[in-house]
Design a protein around this ligand. Structure first.
Ligand code: GDP
Ligand code: MG
Length: 738
């Protein structure tokens, strides 16, 4: 039989590391919040028995303030695992035990895995394990999850404890919260028990406690269960709150938290924790933080680190990127040669290889970027960045935790808004969360970078770096201003304090970095293989069908016949068999004329295609921003995925394929095309920064914001904003230029 056990604990206590160690899985181990919101399952076979292990999201508390807490708590009450394995960071006992206490109050079976014993030892913290276990009345097993030390002992302890619990059950821990609250709890408990109020799911006293802690979820559940009892309980809560406010100038939540910490302190004070080192010695992390998060030096270091990251990525990522380009170039040529002319060839070469290859070509660059970001994250530095930028973000109605979402989305460059939107899950205030997830799509994700790269190379080759910097600044400024706007209109509300804990600096493990990088890269490649593949095919179809009318086609045929008429057979043969360079003057001229006709025909076909008609239809308004119908096609395609903007532009402007190698020549074509200039390019870049997020992001926004209304809002609002800005840039720019 397999026993269900759940791993629970504070973020960064090592849950995922232990989970991987137990199950042999390779889950993402990471410091950034929002990684483990969904629970992960795995199996563990050992001498002690067979276990089904669940990795719960990290939480500091069990009050439904954040999504993680709701997920973790729902799991505990609905799935009733045989044992909660509470991972506790031994180097940070007091704070970690705060959660442990709450499990015990809930009356669920708990076993403490005292992790990071190596760190505790290094810091000279000695813990009397037996004493701790005795005082808390739960089993405690010391361990080092990273090296697997203590794993077997933990499993056998769990097995024994589960067997023991079977006859005795678990009695909830009862802490005294002071006479006022205790009296209210007693009163409420009686009501709850006699009315069987929510007692199927929660212990009576626990429900009462949650009412006092003002737990939104329980209060909502209570209203549904029995509105009469619910309002009775609320009135008791109201009474105690007023009383506490009058007498102690506090409120029940604060009082309960204080008492819990008091309980923990009283446990720890009984010689459970002793220090081997001089307690005055500053801990190493604190020492580093004195410099790294310093008001003046901190930002300078931050910029230097970011520049280092870009430099690292672009210098070393470029090398393997070349290999990928070569490979896809070769693949395209091979397919070109192997397939017969016709629709299938066009689909494979222009639709599939170009579309997917264009995205895959960026894999090495993305991988290097992820490796760098993983390093910053695992070492604990990214948390410091959030800490420093919190001061700035606060002004705009956002939160320190928003910084992480912005960075993940491409704030530094080359991220993706999808994980960015997910990362907002750590924000406790729903308003700040909403404002964040609506503004992260303005960041310069990896898919937008090729667009800038193309336009900058074509029109701003003198000041590449400067223009990129300006683009980055515009995106941040825009995002922050929009956030401010939203927070003072549609999503008004108080700011919440920044409680993110700064994890101690750690040297990332090589294995951890690799897993981390791989997980993210895989997600990117998966997108290329699925979503982008589908979109490429769809776009290809839209740009290919319905094709030209027979009558029009015949006209082009006639033109061809016209110029080939009267040409001798030997010249025609020469054109077909030899390379361009080796042609005689007459043959060369003829060949060029034929190519010109082919291109005109292809252009006419594109203009007549479904996509072309949309592009032409939009030209009426898009011309104010300087975009012609071909650009419109690319931008419409970019709504599906920004990756396709460049390849679509390429197709539209050359009707040949555009892969990265040919980006340079696409630049030349754009420069030569009528209506194009630095102003149009800049207007297009502004539009690209701000317009509707890609389709996948929109779906994510709907899911995370809990409503399609916000998803629709972001599509409409962003596009309107982008259009307004581009028109302004283009019109004002035109005035200045003329
Ligand atoms: P989670 O947020 O609880 O899932 O924590 P993770 O498993 O992601 O671990 C956070 C960090 O702590 C990672 O960098 C781990 O490598 C590191 N870590 C986990 N267990 C130990 C341990 O026993 N000792 C040390 N020194 N580091 C550990
Ligand atoms: Mg985790």
């Amino acid at each position: 039989m397999s026993l269900a056990i759940a791993l629970a604990g504070n973020p960064n206590s090592g849950k995922t590391t232990l989970f991987n160690e137990l199950t042999g899985a390779r889950q993402h181990v990471g410091n950034y919040p929002g990684v483990t919101v969904e629970k992960k399952q795995g199996n563990c076979q050992s001498e002690a028995g067979h276990f089904n292990v669940v990795d719960l999201p990290g939480t500091y508390s069990l009050t439904a303030y954040s999504l993680e807490e709701v997920v973790a708590r729902d799991y505990l009450v609905n799935e009733t695992p045989s044992m909660i394995v509470n991972i506790v960071d031994a180097s940070n006992l007091e704070r970690n035990l705060y959660l442990s206490i709450q499990f015990m109050e809930m009356g669920v079976p708990v076993c403490v895995a005292l992790n990071m014993m190596d760190v505790a030892k290094k810091r000279g913290i000695c813990i009397d394990i037996e004493k701790l276990s005795q005082l808390l009345n739960v089993p405690v097993v010391p361990m080092v999850a990273r090296s697997g030390e203590g794993k077997e002992e933990l499993l056998s302890t769990i097995a024994t404890a589960i067997a023991g619990k079977e006859d005795k059950g678990t009695a909830p821990l009862k802490i005294s919260y002071g006479s006022d609250i205790d009296a209210a709890l007693d009163e409420m408990e009686i009501i709850i028990v006699s009315d069987n109020f929510l007692t199927r799911t929660y212990p009576a006293r626990w429900t009462a406690l949650k009412y006092l802690e003002n737990d939104k979820q329980i209060i909502a559940d209570g209203k549904k269960e029995n509105a009469g009892v619910a309002s009775l309980l609320q009135s008791i809560v109201g009474k105690v709150s007023r009383h506490l406010d009058l007498t102690l100038d506090t409120h029940p939540e604060g009082m309960i938290a204080d008492q819990r910490y008091g309980f923990i302190n009283s446990v720890l004070k009984q010689n459970v924790v002793t220090y081997a080192l001089d307690p005055n010695r500053l801990q190493q992390s604190d020492k580093i933080d004195k410099i790294v998060t310093n008001r003046f030096v901190g930002p300078v270091i931050m910029v230097a680190i970011l520049m280092g990251l870009y430099h690292f990525t672009f210098t070393y990522g470029q090398i393997p990127m070349g290999w990928f380009e070569t490979f896809f170039g070769w693949l395209g040529t091979a397919a070109e040669g192997a397939l017969p002319d016709g629709l299938l060839k066009s689909l494979v070469v222009s639709g599939i290889i170009d579309g997917v290859g264009g995205v895959m070509g960026f894999v090495p660059l993305i991988m290097f970027m992820f490796l760098g970001v993983s390093f910053l994250e695992d070492s604990g530095y990214l948390a410091r960045m959030a800490f420093m930028l919190d001061r700035v973000f606060r002004i705009f109605g956002l939160h320190g935790s928003s910084v992480m979402a912005f960075i993940v989305s491409g704030g530094i460059a080359g991220g993706c808004a999808v994980p960015g939107v997910m990362a907002t899950r750590t924000l406790k205030s729903p308003r700040e969360r909403l404002a964040t997830l609506l503004t992260v799509p303005f960041m310069n994700c990896g898919a937008k970078l090729p667009v800038y790269a193309l336009l900058v190379a074509a029109f701003f080759s003198e000041n590449k770096a400067l223009v990129m910097l300006v683009i980055t600044l515009i995106s941040w400024t825009g995002a922050l201003l929009v956030a401010r706007l939203l927070r003072s209109t549609l999503i008004k509300g108080e700011a919440t304090p920044f409680v993110m804990e700064l994890p101690p600096y750690r040297l990332p493990t090589f294995r951890g970095l690799l897993i981390h990088t791989w997980e993210r890269t895989r997600a990117y490649m998966k997108k290329a293989g699925t979503v982008i593949l589908g979109i490429s095919i769809l776009l290809w179809a839209m740009m290919t069908f319905p094709g030209l009318d027979i009558a029009v086609k015949e006209q082009f045929e006639l033109k061809r016949d016209d110029i080939t008429q009267g040409v001798t057979g030997t010249i025609l043969e020469e054109i077909e068999t030899s390379e361009t360079g080796a042609l005689s003057g007459k043959a060369l001229a003829l060949k060029q004329a034929l190519v010109q006709i082919d291109q005109n025909e292809a252009q006419a076909g594109l203009k007549n295609s479904f996509a072309g008609r949309i592009g032409v239809g939009l030209e009426g308004i898009s011309k104010f921003a300087g975009f012609d119908w071909r650009t419109n096609i690319a931008l419409v395609g970019g709504f599906a995925a920004k990756e396709v903007v460049v390849s679509t532009l390429g197709t539209a402007y050359s009707l040949g394929e555009v892969d990265i190698e040919e980006t340079a020549s696409l630049s030349q074509r754009l420069r030569a095309a009528p209506g194009w200039g630095p102003l149009t390019a800049f207007s297009l870049m502004i539009f690209t920064i701000f317009y509707a997020p890609c389709f996948v992001t929109v779906v994510c926004i709907a899911k995370e914001a809990g409503s399609w209304k916000w998803a629709a809002f972001s599509v409409i609002f962003n596009t309107a904003l982008a259009f307004g800005l581009s028109v302004t840039v283009y019109q004002v720019g035109s005035l200045i230029v003329s």
